[in-house]
Design a protein around this ligand. Structure first.
Ligand SMILES: [Zn+2]
Length: 149
């Protein structure tokens, strides 16, 4: 191999402030990064999958859900993570986009809140000790789901 790029990455081991489960939709990458920083999540183990928290709420197949659960548990084991941040976003293609909700943003928001709650319930059942925060990303900002359980 030959070196093609120079950059000094940190060599220290770290404690992850959170394992962040979100969609790989690039439109929300910057908002997610800025929001995580504001929220105090500086070192995160990102788990980026089509649909984000959908993998726990309404997975295409059970093996995908088990894989994602294993990744969260690995983050806990390797980096001491005790917080999982679950995210879904507006106009997510994994849900068929906003068109699925007849372009009704309120209907979409209600649906995605229930998805986040279902994802949170699943993780709480599998990992009772874990803390969970849920967020819905829209094109104008971030909404929090409160009172989980
Ligand atoms: Zn998406």
């Amino acid at each position: 191999m030959k070196k093609v790029f120079h950059f000094d990455s940190p060599t220290e081991k770290y404690h992850a402030d959170a394992c962040v489960v979100s969609c790989f939709d690039a439109r929300f990458e910057l908002a997610t990064r800025k929001f995580m920083k504001k929220r105090g999540v500086l070192m995160a183990d990102p788990l980026r999958l089509a649909g984000g928290a959908k993998v726990f709420a309404s997975p295409a197949d059970e093996s995908a859900r088990e894989f994602a659960l294993n990744q969260v548990q690995t983050s806990m084991r390797l980096h001491g993570t005790n917080l999982v941040i679950l995210m879904v976003h507006s106009d997510c293609s994994a849900y068929g986009g906003l068109a699925t909700f007849d372009r009704d943003q309120e209907r979409e928001a209600i649906h995605h809140e229930s998805e986040l709650r279902r994802a949170g319930d699943y993780l709480t059942e599998k990992i009772p000790s874990i803390e969970i925060n849920c967020y819905f990303l829209r094109f104008t900002g971030v909404w929090a789901v409160d009172d989980l359980e």
